[in-house]
Design a binder for this molecule. Structure first.
Ligand code: ADP
Ligand code: MG
Length: 149
């Protein structure tokens, strides 16, 4: 199923993130992690979207894109989901770097929700079943979001 949105500011982008998080929390139990692949240029709104998303998972800490961090784990206090992983592959040179951080185990665990920015370099090791979100930078404050589930 595809949904397309146009947002006019950060808050609108964050709201789409929070409503997707709400949907995921009410999914039927899955056998593996829920994986989100977020594509789009720098400044297109991927991290902003994830701030709204993480907020709805009950995460109080601010989600951002620190320069040196590839993978960050946040605890989730939910019956089904225990961890939210924010992965940013922007600075990755090969899939090995993320495999060394336990990527296979992370995406195999149904207690995890895993959001990946710049998934291109690891596309070969991404699960087939995932939610893809493509961000387009239309104007200064206008963004398009295409969500494929
Ligand atoms: P990315 O993670 O894709 O590189 P960020 O979410 O870090 O992008 O940055 C998006 C930037 O664009 C932020 O500075 C944000 O304030 C700005 N912005 C302006 N309009 C929007 C919008 N409609 N949606 C999301 N971000 C927006
Ligand atoms: Mg980002």
């Amino acid at each position: 199923m595809n949904n397309k949105y146009i947002t006019k500011n950060c808050t609108e982008t964050q709201k789409i993130g929070s409503s997707l998080a709400g949907e995921i929390l009410s999914l039927r139990p899955q056998k593996t992690a829920v994986v989100l692949a977020l594509r789009g240029n720098l400044g297109a709104g991927k991290t902003t979207f994830l701030q709204g998303f993480a907020g709805d998972l009950g995460i109080k800490e601010k989600v951002n894109s620190p320069t040196f961090v590839i993978l960050k784990r946040f605890k989730i206090y939910n019956l089904r989901f225990k961890n939210f992983y924010h992965i940013d592959c922007y600075r990755l040179h090969s899939p090995k770097e993320i495999l060394d951080l336990g990527f296979k185990e992370i995406i195999a665990n149904p207690k995890n929700i895993v959001a990946i920015e710049w998934p291109g370099i690891i596309s070969k090791i991404l699960p087939k079943k995932k939610i893809s979100i493509n961000f387009g930078h239309l104007e200064e404050n206008r963004r398009s979001l295409l969500v494929k589930k």
